[in-house]
Structures are given as C-alpha cells and as structure tokens.
Design a protein around this ligand. Structure first.
Ligand code: ARG
Length: 474
C-alpha cells in the first residue's frame, strides 16, 4: 500500500488530499465537492459504519492481514470517534465527501498507519451496502415496535367499545350493520400485515455484503463468514457484482413504508370524516386538534390531514428510488447514492406518523349514540331478510328480487322494513313469518354473522382475545 513514511494524513502536504487523491493533480473544484458530497445526510450511518469497520478489522487481524496491535489501535480509535460523534464533538468535513471517508480520515489522524490499513480488501461500494443493511435492520425493529403500539391503541378501543354497533360501508354507502370493534380490529389486521412485511424485508436484507469489494471480490485471504457471524448475519451475499449494484432491499423497505403510510392515510380519512358535523362519530381530544386563525368556532383534525398529506411524500420516495435504479448498468453507479435521502425521509415520516397516530387514537372517543342512530334509515338489514328467505328455501336471486321490491315499497312510504306490519310483508312472500322481526333488528343482523372472520359478537370477542394475546396485553 502506498504510504508516506507511515505517517500519512499528518503531513501538511497530505492535509487536503483526498483519500483517493493519488492519481489526481491539484484539488477538486468546490462546486464538484458541493454537488457530490453525501456527508450532510449519510452521517446518520456513522454507528453502523463503525460497527461494520470493527468487524472488518477483527477479521483482518484474524487472517494476518493486520497485526493485533493495529487491530486494537483501530478498534480504540473507532470507539473514540463514535463517542465524539455522539457527543457532538466531531467535525464532519464535506470535502471528505461521505461518512465512510470522514471516519477513515479521522481514524488515520488518530492512530496513524494502522488507520490506513482498515480499508484493506474493502471498497466503499460494499461498505455502503453493509451500512444501509445494518441501519435498516435496526430501523426494522423500531418500526415493529411503533406498529405494535398502533395495534395496541386499536385493541384498547375495541375492548372499550365492545358491543357498540355502527354502519359498515361499501362505496361509502351504508351497507350492513357491524360492531365498531370489528371495524377497529380491521386496522389491527392491516398493521399486523405491515409488521410481517417489514420482518420479511429485514430477513431478506440481512445478508452480509462485505468482501464483494469494488465489485469483483478480492485476492486477499479474507473470511467473509467470520464477518457475517460478528455482525449477526446468517448468510453472505453470493455474487460480488450483484452485491455492489443491488438496492432491492432499499426499494423493498420503501415499499413497506409506503404501504404503512397508505394504511395510516386510509385511517386518517375516516377520522377526518368521522369528526365532521356530518358524521359526528368521534370526538378528538382538544389537545390533538388545532383551531382556525379566522373562524373562532373551528376545531380542525390537522393531524390526520397531515398524515394523509405526507403519504404523497413517502410514495414519492419509493418512486424516486425505483426511477434512480431504472436503467443502471451493472454494478455500482454513483446514482445509487440517491438511495439514502429517500430512505431517511420516508423512515422519519412514517415513524412520526405512527407515533402520533397511537397518541391520537388514545385521545379519541366514539359517540356510540350517533353510531347506533346511523344504523337506522338505510335498509341495512335488507341482506338479512334475503338470507331469511334463502333459509326458507327460496333461491337467492328470487329473494334478492323480493327484498328489492319491499325496499322500494318502504321508500315510497318513508318507513323502515321493520316498521311494516307482518301482513304487509307477507304480500311480497308468504314465506315471511313472525320470526322475521328478529332478523330485521340491528343486533339480530350483527349477531347472525357468525362465519369465521364475521362481525357477530362471539366472533369479534374471539378476535379481540386473540389480538390481546398476540400483543401480550393479557
Ligand atoms: N457516498 C457513496 C454512496 O453513498 C459511497 C460509495 C461511493 N463509491 C464510489 N465508488 N464512489 O453511494
């Protein structure tokens, strides 16, 4: 390795020299430095960069590529740098481009030649691939906790309001009565799938890339599997070229984040509607709403609106990275540096949205009187009447027709089906008997839906207990 008497970085001549400056005459244009730097945002990877470098240094010593003294100097230097960054005592230098070179340069300034040996058998291409994987593996855990937090808020609400009825909607038209808890537990399922998706993504990305070097591998006698074990990865990547150009894991995480934010956005839309005068299904606590600067009476649901609004930004991050990767030739291309800002911004946005959503739900009360009232007046038990006729052996299509005619009759007279006399009902089908009125009640309708996954109280209680068990709430 080219060195200046074992003291590189410490002489004036080398002070402003790039780590890759050997073949270059003079300095880089300031405009180029400003345009190409990534340290302004990739500094966030410092902990994972250091974690990866420590494992790499241990491997180099084990393989006899550096001495044990050199390894110890590197480990000590890296630990110092980590605490300097943590305590805000580290100066990031934009002319050193990225987090990898900022740390390497600081290390060399601290420990001399040993620091210069750290990059043996490594390229920034496999280094950055490792750092992002380590970073996302940790973020995966944070996301899982936040998602579980939102699920818990839903489960608490579902428990609290067990028994309350409300209209279930399709096409935002009243369709069939359901339990409010059933509606709330639908979100429990959605965020549960999100947790599964993030876990799958992390499982796939937890593959150790170091050793791919620039893209062709290395001739030096490294031990990739040792590094993998040190970092808690079960596997190493299989193809050095793929390793250096692959950002599937970043795209996949952005997709997971987009789906989470979409789920939050659908919830947000319901909260906005439900808190309006038109619905009046919920009250959001004053501390979680804001007022208008001109209309004194206003109480606005800004939190759900912003969550809904931020969805464009998260989906935009996904699309931005997809388009960045499109058309890239094998293997690493500098374009890939664009992955990080998208990931960081999407992660920040989704984490903040999840955390505020849990708080918001904990500060929301449901108006069960209004929900029950809304189950009246939409012929929502019409399907139950059709099923009633089916149970009496009428073919479903005929039953559909009979009930359709009954609904038309009720609309003309401006009454609900259960307000008709039995005789009146029997004019449409003599299969209708006194027991029909059980079927026509909202409670009767809800509790008849006992199919697995249905809204009957017995089924919802089971689902609620399962959810509480899964979340360790009992
Ligand atoms: N800052 C770069 C990135 O984020 C690190 C890898 C640079 N590799 C290189 N050959 N220029 O992608």
């Amino acid at each position: 390795m080219a060195q200046d008497n074992g003291q590189p970085g410490s002489t004036d001549k080398n002070k402003n020299k790039k780590l890759w400056g050997g073949r270059f005459a003079g300095t880089t244009a300031a405009s180029v430095e400003a345009f190409t730097e990534s340290i302004s945002y990739d500094w966030r990877l410092y902990r994972h960069d250091i974690q990866g470098s420590m494992a790499h240094a241990r491997m180099l010593a084990r393989q006899g590529l550096i001495s044990e003294q050199e390894r110890d100097a590197i480990l000590k230097g890296l630990a110092e740098i980590e605490s300097e960054i943590e305590q805000d005592r580290f100066t990031f230098r934009p002319e050193l481009e990225d987090i990898h070179m900022n740390i390497e340069k600081a290390l060399t300034e601290k420990v001399g030649a040993a620091g210069e040996k750290l990059h043996t058998a490594r390229s920034r291409n496999d280094q950055v691939a490792l750092d992002i994987r380590l970073y996302l593996r940790d973020e995966g855990r944070v996301l899982d906790e936040l998602l579980a937090g939102v699920q818990k808020s839903f489960v608490r609400l579902a428990r609290r309001y067990l028994g309350a009825v409300m209209p279930g909607y399709t096409h935002l038209q009243r369709a069939q009565p359901v339990l409010l808890s059933h509606h709330l537990l639908a979100y429990y399922e959605m965020f549960g799938r999100d947790r599964g998706r993030v876990a799958d993504c992390v499982r796939r990305l937890a593959v150790m890339p170091l050793g791919a070097a620039a893209m062709a591998g290395t001739g030096l006698p490294i031990d990739r599997r040792f590094v993998a074990r040190e970092l808690g990865f079960d596997e190493i990547t299989a193809n050095s070229m793929d390793t250096s150009g692959d950002r599937d894991f970043a795209m996949e995480m952005l997709f997971c984040l987009t789906v989470i934010q979409l789920h939050l956005s659908r919830l947000a839309e319901e909260l906005v509607l439900w808190s309006s005068k038109e619905f009046e299904f919920i009250d959001i606590g004053d501390r979680y709403c804001t007022g208008s600067s001109i209309m004194p009476q206003k109480k606005n649901p800004d939190i759900p609106e912003l969550i809904r609004g931020k969805t464009g930004r998260v989906a935009g991050a996904l699309v931005a990275l997809l388009m960045t990767v499109k058309g890239l030739p094998m293997t690493y291309n500098r374009d890939l540096q664009e992955d990080k800002e998208q990931l960081f911004d999407a992660l920040d946005t989704v984490k903040a949205s999840l955390s505020i959503t849990a708080e918001l739900l904990d500060n929301t009360t449901f108006r069960t009187d209004r929900l029950a009232e809304a189950t009246r007046g939409g012929f929502m038990t019409a399907t139950d009447l059709a099923d009633y006729l089916v149970k009496k052996n009428m073919p479903f299509r005929q039953a559909h027709g009979v009930v359709g005619r009954i609904v038309a009759h009720c609309q003309e007279r401006d009454v609900e089906i259960d307000e008709l006399e039995l005789d009146e009902l029997r004019q449409f089908s003599d299969l209708i008997e006194e027991d029909v009125f059980e079927v026509l009640s909202v409670e009767g309708s809800v509790n008849s839906r006992v199919s697995e996954g249905g809204t009957a109280r017995v089924r919802v209680e089971e689902a609620l207990e399962r959810a509480e068990r899964q979340l360790g709430m009992t």
